[in-house]
Write a protein that binds this ligand. Structure first.
Ligand SMILES: [Zn+2]
Length: 428
């Protein structure tokens, strides 16, 4: 199905719906998606039946809490037990147009009709007719290459399907075709730039690259700054999940969080209970596709930890925003009701140059969770009280909970190979 290339500031009317319009739209789509999955995907039906929930009981987003979360491990197991699609195929087998294979293996049946919405993320990143874009993810097995390709096309831009690797050929292509856009991983763009510099080029002067769209890898703030300031490339990120067949959240020119894609219901939940968490609290990203009649997946738990904000964005898009992926649910420990994610904690400690090694110990004392930091210093002579105060103030700004105690221990006390967070509580 060919849709018209958008002309205005926004890709489609969904991006600027009022909160009331969005609620109405999403509820309607959610009911349809659940009913369709229940009717056509045997595993979706089993999940609901086992939970004692009928599709008619799902009338609000909050009602989704009644349905258990399905994770990647469940998908792999179900596909082994009920090959090839694990009972989630919701269209006749012969209607499947493409099958993507991702590690597991997980077989992902796709029907390509109507995926032009994926273009929203590229449009928000400024890709337009006249742009020439190298699309560098792989085109085989994984859905990445082909989906991004179609998303870029939906903005009217020209795609060069360069795929993964072949750095020198990518460089030649960028020069010859005056490539203005890049889609792929940040590390590979950096590889291209470094190689071009080795070859004697001045990247900013000799190349036409204006914007880059990234997914699949965390983008360190320092790398973004380098690419934007030193190389003059506008950088945009998207959060995509292979099992969900697309982009779940995307950056706009404000680059302050990633807008929820209206083609999904996105929840941030406590990974242990599946209950929804309020804005600002860190939990697991769980998404239910609303656009996908092929794949009857409901409440897919991504294992990624994030939080969301509801403040209106100056860009004019009205959906809520994910604040960025802060780590994995398996590396998260709940302390006084808040999830502390190892990666986030590591980020805080990395800001403190005098600290050589550290470990976070979660315990329980007097019916209360206790958070203790053990810290080794590079130089024992520094002002420990001052460092402890600064660290105790900084930590809750990122991880939402304040340490109860910071203990300085002598060098060598904390093993080199260690877990960032150790949970010593006997019950959790
Ligand atoms: Zn925005």
């Amino acid at each position: 199905m060919k849709s018209k290339t958008p002309q205005g500031e926004f890709f489609d009317a969904l991006e600027t719906m009022s909160p009331e319009e969005r609620e109405k739209y999403q509820i309607q789509k959610l009911r349809e998606a659940i009913e369709h999955a229940y009717k056509h995907a045997p595993s979706a039906r089993e999940i609901l039946d086992r939970a004692g929930v009928s599709p008619s009981q799902i009338q609000t987003v909050k009602d989704l809490e009644k349905i258990p979360i399905t994770r990647k491990v469940d998908l792999i197991e179900l596909q082994r037990a009920k090959p090839p699609y694990g009972g989630f195929l919701a269209i006749p087998l012969e209607e499947v147009e493409r099958v993507f294979i991702t590690p597991g293996p997980i077989y992902g049946p796709h029907h390509a009709e109507g995926i032009s919405w994926f273009g929203k993320t590229f449009y928000a990143a400024g890709f337009r007719k006249g742009d020439v874009v190298i699309n560098t993810p792989t085109y085989h097995m994984s859905p990445a290459g082909m989906l991004f390709h179609e998303g870029i096309r939906a903005c009217g831009a020209t795609v060069v399907p360069t795929g993964v690797g072949n750095t020198d050929a990518q460089i030649r292509t960028m020069l010859d075709l005056k490539v203005t856009g890049y889609a792929g991983m940040p590390s590979f763009l950096m590889t291209i730039i470094k190689r071009a510099e080795e070859m004697g080029y001045d990247f900013r002067r000799d190349f036409a690259l204006k914007r880059a769209w990234f997914t699949g890898e965390m983008l360190p703030a320092s790398l973004r700054k380098t690419l934007e300031e030193d190389y003059g490339i506008a950088i945009f990120q998207c959060y995509s999940v292979t099992e969900l067949g697309g982009c779940v959240a995307y950056e706009c020119p404000q680059k302050s969080g990633m807008h929820f894609m209206d083609e999904y219901i996105i929840e941030i939940v406590d990974p242990q209970t599946g209950k929804q968490l309020p804005p600002g609290e860190v939990g697991e990203v769980v998404a239910t596709p609303l656009h996908n009649k092929t794949w009857g997946l409901i409440r897919f738990g991504t294992g990624d930890m994030s939080s969301y904000i509801t403040e209106p964005c100056p860009c004019g898009r009205t959906s809520y925003r994910l604040t960025g992926i802060v780590g994995r649910a398996t590396d998260a420990v709940k302390v006084r009701g808040m999830f502390v994610v190892a990666k986030q904690a590591e980020q805080v400690f990395s800001e403190f140059e005098p600290i050589s090694r550290y470990q976070i110990i979660v315990g329980r004392r007097a019916e209360r969770d206790e958070l203790v930091f053990k810290v080794e210093l590079k130089d024992e002579s520094i002002d420990k009280a001052k460092l402890a105060d600064t660290l105790a103030d900084r930590f809750p700004q990122v991880c939402r909970v304040r340490p109860d105690r910071i203990e300085f221990v002598s060098p060598g006390t904390i093993p080199e190979e260690r877990q960032t967070i150790v949970d010593t509580r006997t019950w959790k």
